[in-house]
Design a protein around this ligand. Sequence first.
Ligand code: UDP
Length: 321
Amino acid sequence: MSSTERALVTGGAGFIGSHLCERLLDDGLEVVCMDNLLTGDMANIEHLFGHERFKFFHQDVTNHIHVPGRLDYILHFASPASPIDYLQLPIQTLKVGSLGTHKALGLARDKKARFLLASTSEVYGDPQVHPQKEDYWGHVNPVGPRGCYDEAKRFAEAMAMAYQRHHGVETRIVRIFNTYGPRMRLNDGRVLPAFMSQALRGEDLTVFGDGSQTRSFCYVDDLVEGILRLLRSDEKMPTNIGNPREMTIREFGEKILELTGSKSKFCTKPLPTDDPKQRRPDISKAKAVLGGWEPKVALEEGLKRTLEYFQARIDRVPAAN
Ligand code: UDP
């Protein structure tokens, strides 16, 4: 990418958005970061403020957005993204996925910018096909508690495809599987922040259900590399990015206990409604179209880096429950 290119990152003060802003600056771009700070945090981007190629707009992408100057890329990452967040913010989640995506696509059309949508493995719902490939249409309950997120992202994908086909906007769609790393909110209720905070506080780890449900965890740097390769690629259809190393939630908890040296035990809580029983990305398409991309950071290494971040903040953040 040339040093004069300019990118807008919506949700740029969030966990993944802030890593993207940082990486785009490292790659020589000008970065406009937009966030309404509903679930994003200024602390994630405060180290970027001194950078001459970085700008922050405190705006809600759900409303009309105005960005002066040229834009070559729009990376649309604004959305609550943890199950607790979208349970507490269902209307905002639906609005940012639908109205926000519409506004961001309109801006992309106006600026002749390439648009990348942050979609999610949640579009597959509680999948009946395993591992999940991009041509699987999913198994989603539209009226369950996760429906606001799943359907908003499915709508966002449909909207991106409509702008691509009808208006000729260059769109890319990444389906992001479970991702972890520094700058996750310690109390966002996701399994990694929950388990790590509990282990560090000497509390029991809350396993939902019997803990036999599976997830596959990707370190954020691997995800960002995949996203930027997709942005530069010619691939117009949705592409999974994630780490195919799958494990049960109980095994994941054991890894965290081992890493932290915690003496905590497991306790159980009821399994949330529509909690997917299994999830693992099939990344064969990503490998083929993104120049052999695959995750490089081993779980043990990624967890170590994340633990350092959590250790430095654990005393400042109240427990989630
Ligand atoms: N989970 C858990 N304990 C927690 C938080 C989550 O056992 O304190 C489980 C949850 O039921 C799900 C998995 O961990 O099966 C991953 O949950 P998360 O909220 O991180 O993301 P999801 O993949 O469900 O969107």
